[in-house]
Design a protein around this ligand. Structure first.
Ligand code: NAD
Length: 288
């Protein structure tokens, strides 16, 4: 299949390469020359404009920094340039309202579109093991599914347009809350004279058990190997967690949802990211 891919950054670069490996003809575009060079190396055909990349494409995948850029790319470069009837997949993490607006407008122009944000970081993008949460009609999902399956280990239909983004920000809000809670528990255990490994051995088989503890332990040397064992380098940057929490708070306000802990987590990550935006989000334990 001829697939245009727009946004070949940390995530998009690996995802485009996996589409090539799956046998697709990938028509790649990014504003950055090094990103284009890496895409050529991975077997993509590169173009000097997004419009050219979209021409002739049966599908368009985008992986861009934010909602404003997504809107600009779809308005200026995709609508009227990708052939009518093409399936459009935006995998960026953006606000729910913009995701719904872009799908509504592109579908009014004769396209089918899904929002398909991802769970999993750069390693999962490179390894083709992302989880996609997908919003859109059943028909659009059916067309998007095999394309996404070439880049991930799980592709889940979350419901109508925008529901992929809704699932993503609700999930990441919960992740932020249980990571902070897990860090507080380890820090308090230490202050009470309890060894971190002993606390892990008890809590990981008790009711405090959660993903932040047993899959992503914030304490070095305890549990599986995590960014904590690499001085909190790599993993999921605190700055990206803050981005997702801000999107979650925006959505909560629009929907009238009460999210006191989510908002508290946002303020904690806001303070942390001021000087540690590039550090893994589990590094929050250093502030305790
Ligand atoms: P990135 O900044 O590395 O990549 C974004 C790319 O988009 C850059 O190469 C940039 O040059 C390009 N770009 C910007 N404007 C453009 C335009 N108008 N036309 C074409 N290209 C343009 O970011 P990333 O880490 O790859 O993240 C991409 C998206 O994935 C974000 O929405 C992010 O929130 C989400 N995400 C990231 C991670 C992660 O661990 N990095 C995990 C999950 C989700």
């Amino acid at each position: 299949m001829k697939i245009a891919f727009i946004g070949l950054g940390n995530m998009g670069g690996g995802m485009a390469a996996n589409l090539v490996k799956a046998g697709h003809e990938v028509r790649a575009f990014d504003l950055s020359e090094p990103a284009l060079a890496a895409a050529r190396e991975a077997g993509c055909t590169t173009f000097t404009t997004a419009k050219e990349a979209c021409a002739e494409a049966e599908a368009v995948v985008s992986m861009l920094p934010n909602g404003q850029i997504v809107k600009q790319v779809y308005w200026d470069d995709v609508i009227g340039h990708a052939p009518e009837g093409a399936i459009l997949l935006d995998c960026s993490t953006i606000d729910v309202a913009t995701a719904r607006e872009v799908i509504e407008v592109t579908e009014a122009h004769g396209y089918q579109m899904v929002d398909a944000p991802v769970s999993g970081g750069i390693a999962a993008a490179n390894g083709g093991t992302l989880t996609f949460m997908v919003g859109g009609t059943k028909a659009a999902f059916a067309r998007a599914q095999p394309i996404l399956a070439a880049m991930g280990k799980a592709v889940i239909h979350a419901g109508d347009a925008g529901n992929g983004q809704a699932a993503k920000i609700c999930n990441n809000m919960l992740l932020a809350i249980h990571m902070i809670g897990t860090c507080e528990a380890f820090a308090m255990a230490e202050k009470l004279g309890l060894d971190a490994q002993t606390f892990y051995d008890i809590s990981s088989v008790s009711s405090g058990q959660n993903w932040s503890m047993t899959s992503y332990c914030p304490v070095p040397g305890v549990g599986p190997t995590t960014p904590a064992d690499n001085d909190y380098q790599g993993g999921f940057a605190a700055g990206l967690m803050l981005k997702d929490l801000r999107l979650a708070m925006e959505a909560a306000k629009a929907a009238g949802a009460k999210v006191e802990l989510g908002d508290h987590a946002r303020s904690i990550y806001e303070a942390f990211a001021k000087n540690n935006a590039g550090l893994d989000f589990s590094g929050i334990i250093r502030t305790l």
